[in-house]
Design a protein around this ligand. Structure first.
Ligand SMILES: Nc1ncnc2c1ncn2[C@@H]1O[C@H](COP(=O)(O)OP(=O)(O)OP(=O)(O)O)[C@@H](O)[C@H]1O
Ligand SMILES: [Mg+2]
Length: 190
């Protein structure tokens, strides 16, 4: 998979927590699948989650994107009814919906993506997912479009366009970056 320049800037950050605010169609979900795959192949038996605001949206968009992005020779088992993918190294990628935070309780996590974080209830992160990252010092990618002044806004509001504070790398993509991305995908006539 080939990332765009702004996607690459985010991907190469080695911060434990990465927060990205970007516009519609920036390639947030595409970047998320890349980050999931990297985490899953970084060692054996990794437990990696992709969380969308609802289970339905995880299934509709990210599941298809994952299946198409991961090289087939890496996959040992695909389970579409539970939205889990097992890789040949024993790692498991699971897709979840944040609408029922209690369903997010489980074993220790190595990495999690929260796609469209602004649309999730904040307790999904603070009370349920964050503690699951403690055992293995897992990392997280928060990614989304801003939706007013909420918990996601709080994460980056005081940050500059690109900033590293401790274990948090935050980036706010300008509309120009989003526009460039669009130009790459839209047919010439539109
Ligand atoms: N680096 C890339 N290379 C090729 N295609 C890409 C890349 N990044 C994104 N795309 C494609 O562009 C489209 C939009 O990407 P994606 O769905 O990840 O964007 P998004 O920011 O999540 O959009 P939305 O705001 O609708 O959630 C998809 O068809 C995706 O496959
Ligand atoms: Mg998306």
């Amino acid at each position: 998979m080939q990332l765009t320049k702004p996607q690459t800037e985010i991907f190469i950050s080695n911060a434990r927590f990465v927060s990205v605010v970007a516009g519609r169609r920036f390639g947030k979900t595409f970047l998320s699948t890349g980050a999931l795959l990297r985490a899953a192949v970084s060692g054996k038996n990794k437990n990696v989650w992709y969380v969308a605001p609802t289970y339905g949206s995880a299934k509709e968009i990210a599941w298809q994107m994952l299946i198409h992005t991961i090289p087939h020779e890496y996959i040992s088992k695909t389970n579409e009814s539970s939205l889990t993918l097992r890789l040949i190294n024993g790692s498991v990628i699971s897709l979840k919906g944040a609408e029922k935070p209690n369903n997010l309780r489980g074993r220790a996590l190595d990495f999690v993506v929260l796609d469209e974080f602004a649309d999730m209830r904040p307790e999904a992160w603070y009370e349920v997912i964050r503690p699951s990252l403690s055992d293995r010092k897992g990392g997280a990618l928060f990614i989304g479009t801003p939706k007013g002044r909420n918990h996601f806004y709080d994460l980056w509001a005081r940050a500059k366009m690109v900033q590293r504070i401790g274990s948090l790398f935050s980036i706010r993509l300008s509309m120009v970056a989003t526009y460039r991305r669009k130009r790459l995908t839209l047919p010439v006539k539109t």
